[in-house]
Design a protein around this ligand. Structure first.
Ligand SMILES: Nc1ncnc2c1ncn2[C@@H]1O[C@H](COP(=O)(O)OP(=O)(O)O)[C@@H](O)[C@H]1O
Ligand SMILES: [Mg+2]
Length: 910
């Protein structure tokens, strides 16, 4: 190794840290041939006292889900028995060791995490993954997840990749660069048997950018004159192209048999020497002189390996289509039908010259198995090939639809759209056409074009009307939700969807979901008066278990949110929200979890349970990192707005507006609503009024626009814009009247009080406080006391004002609403009351995660249970808990309850 002192030192440090019991991860990044594999070898050498497990990504395997992960975990599979049953089962299924339903990604991630920590119990563990750019996506996601969640285990994970996939991009990275001039020169001369023109040498070094492989390979096969004259060095190409070309040139000089042998090996991704030998026999290749004839480009021992991955691709790409088909056919023949039917079907497909129904059917069968092993992407790949081999027009449509569906689930949107076009070009019937529209809509929504998606889904729904009414209604519900997410841009389509759904013949025995759809659409066409009673009814139906578990999974978040628009906090805050989130968590329905957490977290914040809201934010972020799902930071913003943290709120608001611009239009309304709350807290009423006016300016008073109305009443009343305030009040009453809950009536009374005069004011404030105190929404109750106190002070009733303001102040402080607390404090000071300012806590603050873990431990969850909830290994949980104990000054779980109570009351009295 030349010129890699600093890189090696860094790797040594990494190993030393792992030895000490710390977790580390690193991605070595750099172009082909730059020396990543060489550095990994150097790393492995310096880790002789660690357990080392390795995997290498293989280009032709990228579609085989969990292939690389299996390779990495293979030496540790003996420890599977020690994993909790669900985790063990999950790994056995994805590694094809036992049959079973496809496990969720989380469970797999968690299982690998447990497996690694388990292995690291005996000796520190080093995982080394080379050519990570060719990891299959399922493996990459899982490994990246594990790398990010490792903390207190003696486990190191080092990847080498040309362009790391997006999964690995969040890990620490070391860019591997070309060798410096002196080192490059030395390396080049070590390969040359003759003297080189100095200028040519310097040019080569410059052209190769110090890439060691290029330096080593370029001179080969060139005569001294060619090289010295510099004629044979092609310029202006991508480096890997140039290197690959060098290999192609070398392959071309080989014997016919040697070339066919290389091609066979290149087409065989497993590297199984026995399989290769069988195929060699079928093609009648003479293997007598393998080593000599393949010029050291390939080696056969326990495994078949190429000198460099580029040799593999060079060999494969330089062969003709006909030659490739022939070797794939030989490989299919050599592959056992019983033992590995999927791989065999794959080779058969590659061997087919034209449509072939038999092979297409086998691929279809394999797709089912591939999917059951957890690989939607693999299923999609098999189905795509099946489509290409299908001649019958009817089957072609069916298979194209299935392939499109699988591709969509696998997150490959463009191929999915291509397949839909194939389906449409075939013999497609009405029902299939509706399915095409539905899938197009879902793809559009998932790629962030909510408004178009809503139109597409509406089209699909109307096609379905004559075919399947139930399916049509659900599709309208889907469309409705998507249109709401598009915000202002979706207002027109929202109205059309609502009208179309209402025009459907009403079902003879309406299910709760039908009542729900009725309520939602009436909200748009007729306003809250007509809608609220139905929504109250369907909310109760969700609550009382009249809705199937599957529908709760899919629609629970919307039902929770809708119950919120009816001011039904009893349903939302107390019962439905926790139940739905639990259901979604337990089912591992990752696609639904982010949106469910967003709804539930917002409610927690509103209820004044900031610790829980913060925990939900942490969980949501873990999920987002795992799935790559993208949803605006609703809970976090709601939380910081109520806390009155202006800088944090401003950054989040900017982010929300950005996301709104990209299609999630409802984020804009939520951002403005949060801004209104923030500025009301900071007593900057003009700004609050401006934000609240924007939030409430939409065509429909839905969700955020509705909840911003009381903010507008308060802000506009404070700046003296009485007209605006009255108008907002009138719109608020539209929904509070039909609702009639204590929350609705309480907020209404508080808002009316702001705009009233004379005796009624006091009566209204008292009513507001009494009603709000019967709800779950502590933030609004505290604000009731504040406003009443402010009014009393204006009326010069100082003692009574002081009592109200003090109550408000205490409640705000207990919740953590600092800006509002300050507003109360200033009022108190103005009437000469003394208020202790918040003193800094003497104890170290627990981090969000420590607090969250401590709370779960207090509630009786074991470390593995907490780990499963937060996607952490039990050891990491233990480590956080240890830190929490130290900060709280306690020694055991039994003390947690008191210590946490102490901590919470400390912030109350501070
Ligand atoms: N620092 C170095 N000094 C000498 N030879 C090197 C050095 N780094 C890499 N090589 C050689 O260059 C070739 C390509 O390196 P490799 O590690 O396989 O690259 P990569 O994995 O980045 O594609 C190998 O033959 C390797 O031995
Ligand atoms: Mg390499």
């Amino acid at each position: 190794m030349r010129g890699r002192a600093s890189e090696c030192a860094l790797l040594d440090d990494l190993v030393a840290a792992v030895r000490r019991g710390e977790s580390r991860s690193l991605v070595l990044r750099g172009e082909a041939g730059i020396g990543k594999t060489a550095l990994l070898e150097c790393l492995v050498e310096s880790a002789a006292d660690l357990t080392v497990v390795r995997a290498v990504g293989v280009e032709s395997d990228v579609e085989l889900a969990f292939a690389s992960l299996h390779q990495l975990c293979r030496p540790m599979l003996g420890r599977l028995e020690r994993l909790p049953a669900p985790q063990r089962d999950a790994l056995q299924v994805v590694f094809g060791l036992s049959p079973g339903p496809a496990p969720g990604r989380f469970v797999v991630g968690l299982a690998v995490l447990s497996l690694l920590s388990e292995a690291a119990e005996t000796r520190p563990l080093l995982c080394v993954v080379d050519d990570a750019q060719w990891l299959d996506r399922a493996s990459a996601l899982t490994l990246a997840f594990v790398a990010r969640r490792l903390l207190a285990e003696p486990v190191g994970m080092v990847f080498a990749a040309r362009e790391p996939g997006e999964e690995l991009q969040q890990l620490p990275e070391l860019q591997v660069r070309g060798l410096r001039n002196a080192d490059a020169r030395a390396l080049l001369s070590s390969e040359l048997r003759f003297v080189l023109d100095e200028r040519v040498r310097d040019r080569i070094i410059a052209e190769t950018g110090g890439n060691p492989l290029a330096l080593l390979e370029l001179p080969r096969g060139l005569t001294a004159t060619q090289l010295a004259g510099g004629f044979a060095v092609p310029g202006g190409q991508a480096l890997s192209g140039r290197i690959e070309e060098g290999f192609v040139r070398r392959v071309e000089t080989l014997s016919e048999d040697a070339r066919r042998l290389l091609l066979l090996a290149a087409a065989e991704p497993v590297g199984d020497p026995l399989l290769l030998a069988r195929a060699v026999g079928r093609l009648g290749i003479a293997v007598s002189a393998v080593d000599a004839e393949t010029d050291g480009l390939m080696r056969i021992d326990q495994r078949v390996t190429f000198r460099h991955p580029l040799v593999r691709s060079a060999v494969y790409r330089s062969a003709s289509a006909q030659e490739r088909r022939a070797v794939h056919m030989a490989l299919a023949d050599a592959t056992d039908r019983e033992h590995d039917p999927d791989r065999r079907a794959w080779h058969l497909a590659a061997a087919a010259a034209g449509p072939d129904e038999q092979v297409a059917m086998e691929l279809e069968g394999s797709a089912g198995r591939a999917q059951a092993r957890g690989g939607v992407a693999a299923a999609a790949a098999f189905l795509q090939r099946a489509v290409a081999l299908t001649e019958d027009p009817g089957r072609r449509v069916e298979r194209a639809l299935a392939a499109a569906q699988a591709s969509f689930l696998a997150g490959s949107f463009d191929p999915a759209l291509g397949l839909l076009a194939v389906a449409e070009a075939g013999a497609i019937d009405e029902f299939q056409r509706a399915q095409v529209d539905l899938l197009r809509g879902q793809i559009a929504f998932a790629s962030g074009v909510g408004r178009d998606a809503a139109w597409l889904l509406m089209k699909a729904a109307s096609r379905l009307e004559s075919l399947d009414l139930g399916f049509a209604r659900e599709t309208y519900l889907n469309a409705w939700a998507i249109a709401v997410f598009a915000g202002a841009a979706g207002a027109d389509v929202l109205l059309e969807i609502s009208r179309a759904a209402q025009a459907l013949p009403s079902p003879s025995a309406p299910r709760p979901l039908d009542v729900f759809l009725d309520g939602l659409t009436l909200l748009i066409t007729d306003g809250p008066g007509a809608a609220v009673p139905r929504l109250l009814r369907s909310g109760r139906a969700f609550l009382e278990g009249d809705v199937s578990a599957e529908d709760c999974l899919r629609w629970g978040w919307l039902a929770t949110s809708a119950a919120n628009t009816t001011w039904d906090d009893d349903v939302t805050a107390r019962v439905l929200a926790p139940r739905i989130v639990q259901l979604v968590r337990e089912a591992g329905a990752l696609a639904q979890l982010p949106i469910t957490l967003a709804v539930v977290g917002t409610i927690s914040a509103w209820s004044g349970d900031f610790a829980q809201a913060a925990s939900i934010v942490a969980e949501a972020e873990a999920v987002a990192a795992m799935t790559g799902s993208r949803i605006a930071p609703y809970t976090r913003l709601r939380l910081v707005a109520l806390q009155g943290m202006e800088a944090e709120a401003a950054a989040l608001i900017a982010r929300m507006m950005e996301l709104a611009g990209e299609g999630e239009g409802i984020a804009a309304t939520n951002a403005q609503w949060a801004a209104a709350v923030l500025y009301n807290g900071l007593a900057r009423y003009a700004e609050a009024a401006a934000a609240a006016r924007q939030a409430t300016s939409g065509a429909y008073a839905l969700f955020g626009s509705m909840w911003a109305l009381p903010e507008l009443v308060e802000a506009a009343a404070r700046v003296g814009d009485i007209e605006i305030a009255r108008d907002a009040l009138a719109r608020l009453v539209d929904s509070t009247q039909p609702s009639g809950t204590d929350l609705a009536r309480g907020i209404e009374a508080r808002s009316r009080a702001l705009l009233s005069e004379g005796e009624s004011v006091e009566r209204l404030y008292r009513e507001a406080i009494e009603r709000l105190s019967r709800t779950q929404i502590r933030t609004e109750l505290a604000r009731g006391h504040l406003l009443y106190g402010e009014w009393l002070r204006g009326a010069d009733r100082r003692a009574e004002a002081a009592a109200q303001l003090r109550t408000a102040h205490d409640q705000f402080t207990a919740i953590g609403m600092e800006a509002f607390a300050d507003r109360a404090r200033k009022e108190l000071l103005a009437i000469g009351e003394r208020v202790r300012a918040r003193t800094l806590k003497t104890r170290d603050d627990l981090t969000v995660q420590e607090r969250q873990i401590a709370r779960l431990a207090r509630d009786g969850l074991s470390n593995p249970e907490i780990g499963a909830r937060l996607f952490l290994s039990p050891r990491t949980v233990e480590w956080h808990l240890g830190n929490a104990f130290a900060k709280l000054g306690i020694r055991s779980r039994r003390d947690l309850s008191n210590a946490l109570r102490g901590l919470e009351s400390e912030s109350i009295s501070a």
